[in-house]
Design a protein around this ligand. Structure first.
Ligand SMILES: NC(=O)c1ccc[n+]([C@@H]2O[C@H](COP(=O)([O-])OP(=O)(O)OC[C@H]3O[C@@H](n4cnc5c(N)ncnc54)[C@H](OP(=O)(O)O)[C@@H]3O)[C@@H](O)[C@H]2O)c1
Length: 301
């Protein structure tokens, strides 16, 4: 593998089926696009039909023979997550789940099930989705579950005393909490899969700073970030760590990939650094128990 990882290093995905959440734009779109170009059947988990169809048209413009399907998925609703899972389970095969969809620093909002939005969508929604899909993933011995975190996980804290931000709400702290939860979930899942002697891998990744629609809730603060756009990843570059986590034959369960450039901010993809505070197995386990309780999803692991 050359030092600078590129899209053309993604191996053939012919015969594989991938499900990518938030695939209509940004990192999820470029992840879905490359997987489809490499021959995978790609299921696009999106909440808006028109946006999903537009993304599928854009992928087919690059890969006319792409095998694509829209799966209606709204991560603010446990009922939607269950019905999306049923559609995916009916496919009969799943080799790759990419937990990518995300929301950053919105005003205080609740999901349809009453969870704080960032914790609910970014973590709990993907936790429930993964639990529902595990029986199908387990049938493929080399299947992978890739979860997209962020540099922002560093310094994040899980506020177990106020999980739904009933007492106080800091937009950025809640984003950090949700992205730390993505890492803790991956490490816990990796450990539990190994203990159960399942071969499938749980891997995390992050796209550094990438120019996508993620800043939609930043408001005027967006202008502060404008100079950064000069050095940021494009969405396609930002998808490289996800693609590497999803397809590199040398990736192992529990790995974490991010950009290869300075400070893991941009450029290409390599193994990245997890905040040492996240390597606390008691913390993983506590979050796992809480997540099972809140979502009602039992992984049976
Ligand atoms: N861009 C960065 O610099 C950066 C840095 C660190 C981490 N990340 C992570 O990368 C991932 C992708 O973000 P992005 O930068 O590509 O952002 P983006 O362009 O805003 O895309 C986010 C995707 O998530 C979907 N989504 C949001 N809420 C959803 C819900 N309730 N149900 C289903 N789908 C939902 C969006 O769908 P709609 O279009 O319908 O809203 C969209 O497809 C996120 O997990 C984010 O935290 C990004």
């Amino acid at each position: 593998m050359s030092a600078r990882y590129r899209e053309n290093q993604v191996p053939s995905q012919v015969g594989k089926t991938a499900f990518v959440t938030g695939a209509n734009t940004g990192i999820g779109f470029d992840t879905a696009r490359v997987l489809a170009e490499k021959g995978a059947r790609v299921l696009l988990g999106c909440r808006d039909e028109q946006r999903a169809l537009k993304a599928m048209t854009a992928i087919r413009a690059r890969a006319p023979r792409a095998s694509l399907a829209w799966v209606e998925l709204d991560l603010t609703s446990l009922a939607s997550i269950r019905s999306a899972s049923e559609q995916v389970l009916a496919e009969g095969q799943l080799d790759l789940l990419v937990n990518n969809a995300g929301v950053m620093v919105p005003p205080k909002t609740r999901t349809q099930d009453g969870f704080e939005l960032q914790f609910g969508v970014n973590h709990l929604g993907h936790f429930a989705l993964t639990g529902h899909l595990l029986p199908l993933l387990k049938q493929q011995p080399d299947a992978r579950i890739v979860t997209v975190s962020s540099l922002a996980h560093r310094g994040g804290k899980i506020d177990f005393d106020d999980l739904q931000a009933d007492r106080s709400y800091s937009r950025m702290k809640r984003y950090q909490m949700s992205k730390l939860a993505n890492i803790l979930f991956t490490l816990a899942l990796s450990e539990k899969l190994a203990q159960a002697e399942f071969g499938l891998k749980a891997i995390a990744c992050h796209p550094g700073g990438s120019n996508t629609e993620l800043g939609r809730h930043l408001g005027p603060l967006k202008y502060l970030f404008l100079p950064l756009e000069l050095i940021m990843n494009s969405s396609a570059e930002g998808a490289l760590p996800t693609l590497r986590a999803a397809t590199d034959p040398d990736a192992i369960s529990g790995d974490y990939y991010g950009p290869a450039g300075w400070g893991e901010f941009a450029r290409s993809a390599k193994r990245a650094v997890i905040d040492p505070a996240a390597r606390d197995s008691q913390l993983w386990e506590r979050l796992w128990q809480v997540s099972e309780g809140l979502t009602g999803v039992d992984f049976k692991l």
